[in-house]
Design a protein around this ligand. Structure first.
Ligand SMILES: *Cc1c(COP(=O)(O)O)cnc(C)c1O
Length: 330
């Protein structure tokens, strides 16, 4: 019986959604060649899917890295990466004042596996680099930096950290809040670059996705973790992420322009206490913003003058943005 499958059109402009759980080999020779690494065909959809491969190639190019991997969420990319490189008894440093679930993951989960989890002071605090040097130890395996941070857009001087650590420490940068359009962590010493791709990169509030990019050597280790754990993105979400990449630059340029206008407007408003936006001269790390960022995005964080009721009143009356509040409202 001929097992060869008919190949239909192969010239579609959009990369198709490969809604498949597995693949077939043409013959035993192909099985052998696959396992010897001589041929690259699909085997099982926990290991690969052509719907991801195109996105991964593009993300690697955008992040100026050799290779990239996609995940079903940003947290999933972070978890797989940290599980790949951290072992019991090792020290893990991270920017504590950032995305809350990274903090939860670090303390509540990594902590249970015997990893020493330590938060870095804010980069604009006094004697940051002296304090960094005292926290950095011979068993510091990974440093995780969120820059710009969610939601205050705090920055870290990556180059200065890179100068103070040795080759065995992996420097990871989560630059979700800048995207590759505004910031290129790899050029400043990052070993791995992580994004929550459901935010700016996805851009349409319709998918969850995450990515990590780096050298072939590091990425192949993370791929092994993903192959085993199976935290893989759905082919349809990968398709939508691929679509989103086509407009990333245009969207970011627009957000950079409008974000700055909004930040300036808010800063000049008598009822606004202060604004956190890296594009403003008043940003406490304006020097770092100039060094690292080519644009500042569409997230503008600000404090309203007044009491809690005034803040609720303001939020309940805004027309455009949807409300999405954390428990800090309580
Ligand atoms: C949202 C976010 C994450 C987590 O990503 P998910 O896709 O929501 O899992 C990680 N880092 C930063 C900076 C984020 O804003």
């Amino acid at each position: 019986m001929a097992r060869k499958r008919k190949q239909y059109y192969r010239n579609s402009v959009a990369n198709p959604i490969y809604q498949t759980a597995t693949y077939y080999f043409e013959n035993t020779e192909q099985v052998i060649n696959y396992h010897l690494g001589k041929s690259k065909v699909g085997r099982y959809a926990r290991y690969d899917n052509p719907s991801w491969l195109e996105v991964e190639e593009k993300l690697a190019i955008l992040d100026k890295c050799e290779e990239a991997l996609v995940f079903p969420s940003g947290m999933s990319a972070i978890a797989a990466t940290l599980f790949t490189f951290l072992s019991v008894g090792e020290n893990f440093l991270f920017t504590g004042k950032g995305y809350r679930n990274i903090r939860n993951f670090s303390f509540d989960i990594l902590g249970r596996f015997g990893i020493e989890v330590i938060t870095l002071p804010l980069a604009n605090s006094e004697n940051f680099y002296e304090r960094f040097t005292s926290l950095y130890k011979s068993n510091t395996k990974v440093i995780f930096v969120e820059s710009p941070s969610n939601p205050h857009l705090f920055l870290v001087d990556l180059q200065k950290i890179k100068e103070r650590i040795d080759e065995t420490t992996i420097l990871i940068v989560d630059s979700t809040f800048s995207t590759p359009i505004n910031f290129q962590p790899k050029l400043f010493g990052a070993d791995l670059v992580i994004h929550s791709c459901g935010k700016y990169i996805g851009g349409h509030a319709d998918i969850m996705a995450g990515s990590v990019a780096g050298s072939t050597q590091l990425i192949s280790k993370i791929r092994k973790t993903r192959n085993v754990i199976g935290n893989i993105i759905d082919p349809h979400a990968a398709f939508l992420l691929n679509r989103s990449l086509s407009t990333l630059e245009i969207r970011m340029n627009h957000l950079n322009e409008k974000g700055l206008l909004l930040a300036k407007f808010l800063e000049s408003h008598p009822k606004v206490n202060r604004v956190f936006y890296t594009g403003l001269d008043s940003h406490s790390q304006n020097d770092l913003a100039k060094k690292y960022l080519s644009g500042h995005g569409g997230v503008v964080t600000f404090e309203i003058k007044g009491r809690k009721e005034d803040v609720s009143n303001f939020i309940d009356n805004i027309k455009l943005p949807y409300i999405n509040g954390s428990d800090s409202f309580l």
